[in-house]
Design a protein around this ligand. Structure first.
Ligand code: SF4
Length: 375
């Protein structure tokens, strides 16, 4: 691990546990780390207390003491304020609505201020097992269900902290046995978007759950990778395209706001024009069309595809699972992107993210294109 691949976030987490003047000893076998820690200490307001020569075991030891005012940069820096350095789009997988077919990179637009949006993984199992799934979801996956009481507590704390919007994702959220109550716990407090493949909502309890949701407060974001079945079924499984179309028509017919999201390995595959034409026919507004690149996480990482994402390259989108808090929803299988070991409290985790962002922004102001080295 180096400062571009997760160490920065881990250091920030650990530093927040210390009192002023207390020290953190870092052992590293990566030659970039001691010099990066020198810069990080200065930018974060800590004291670089020294380092050893490289030992016989190939490692360096670096001692950093927490700044004696007991705070870090986030206390004095509004990373979303007018002086903020432009940051990157939320990135692949579950980013904000794009402006069109070309908006598929990590480098356009500005990031959502930390604390405005929160993602909640209701579960990790899914009726599909897409080859690029960042969450490693499948019918056989451990569900890791988010208990309803926990969702209520998370939504309540986030609303009290000034949050503006919630996103419910998975896995396939409609496989959660209490999805109606879960979404209601969110939408009763904040506008809520559910990410779904729309394949399991046609009948039975899940249809009733869908119909019970508040059409004024709930948006359905539905995955559709292509207008015809070729690309969609190749990426998501035979027959999935037809059932997704059926689901989209059901949701539109019930009067829900609908957002359509495609996931592509290429910036603009041959199927892109037909996808746009289909959404034109459906009269899906431009802001409700989302194109996402594949993140090299989960199944995509095992297949060696997609774009590499790190804390340094991916603007944060705080994400809660039943067992922790993460930097971004595409990175919930990556231990170096974990912000907290428990889903509550949110406030401390959001502060950890703000501290990290503040240091990154300060580094960019000094002209560093990448804040710290990427692995
Ligand atoms: S990408 Fe979505 S639909 Fe596909 S397996 Fe993962 S959670 Fe399920």
């Amino acid at each position: 691990m180096d400062c571009g691949s997760g160490l920065l976030l881990l250091l920030t987490r650990r530093m927040r546990d210390l009192g002023p003047g207390q020290g953190l000893l870092v052992r590293t076998e990566d030659a970039s780390v001691p010099s990066d820690l020198l810069d990080w200490s200065r930018l974060a307001g800590h004291e670089f207390a020294g380092q050893t020569e490289q030992g016989d075991d190939g490692a360096w030891h670096v001692l950093v003491r927490r700044g004696d005012d007991g705070t870090t940069l986030a206390a004095g820096v509004d990373s979303a304020g007018p002086d903020a350095v432009p940051r990157e789009n939320p990135g692949p997988g579950q980013g904000r609505p794009g402006s069109g077919l070309t908006d598929t990179t990590f480098t356009s637009g500005s990031a959502t201020p930390v604390g405005e949006r929160l993602w909640i993984y209701t579960n990790f199992h899914c009726n599909l097992a897409c080859g690029y799934c960042c969450a490693r979801s499948s019918p056989a996956a451990d569900p890791r269900l988010m208990p309803l009481s926990l969702t209520e507590a998370v939504a309540a704390e986030f609303a009290a902290l000034g949050g503006r919007e919630l996103f419910v994702t998975g896995g396939e959220p409609f496989l959660h046995p209490q999805i109606a109550e879960t979404v209601a716990a969110c939408s009763s407090r904040l506008p809520t978007t559910i990410l779904t493949n729309a394949m399991v909502i046609q009948r039975g309890a899940r249809r009733r759950a869908l119909e019970s949701l508040d059409r004024d407060r709930v948006t359905l974001q539905i995955s559709l990778d292509s207008a015809d079945s070729d690309l969609h079924d190749r990426q998501r499984g035979d027959g999935s395209h037809a059932r997704a179309l059926e689901g989209i028509q059901t949701v539109l017919g019930l009067g829900f706001p609908v957002r359509i999201a495609a996931t592509w390995f290429d910036d603009e595959p041959a199927a892109g024009a037909a996808w746009t034409a289909l959404l034109d026919r459906w009269q899906i507004p431009e802001p409700d069309r989302l194109v996402r690149p594949v993140a090299r996480q989960g199944f995509a990482e095992e297949a060696g595809g997609g774009e590499q994402v790190t804390v340094d390259s991916l603007a944060p989108e705080p994400t809660v699972t039943a067992d922790g808090i993460w930097w971004h929803p595409v990175a919930v299988t990556d231990p170096v992107m974990q912000v907290a070991d428990a889903p509550l409290p949110l406030a401390a985790a959001l502060d950890t993210i703000r501290d990290t962002v503040a240091v990154q922004d300060a580094a960019r102001r000094e002209g560093r294109r990448h804040v710290f080295r990427c692995a």
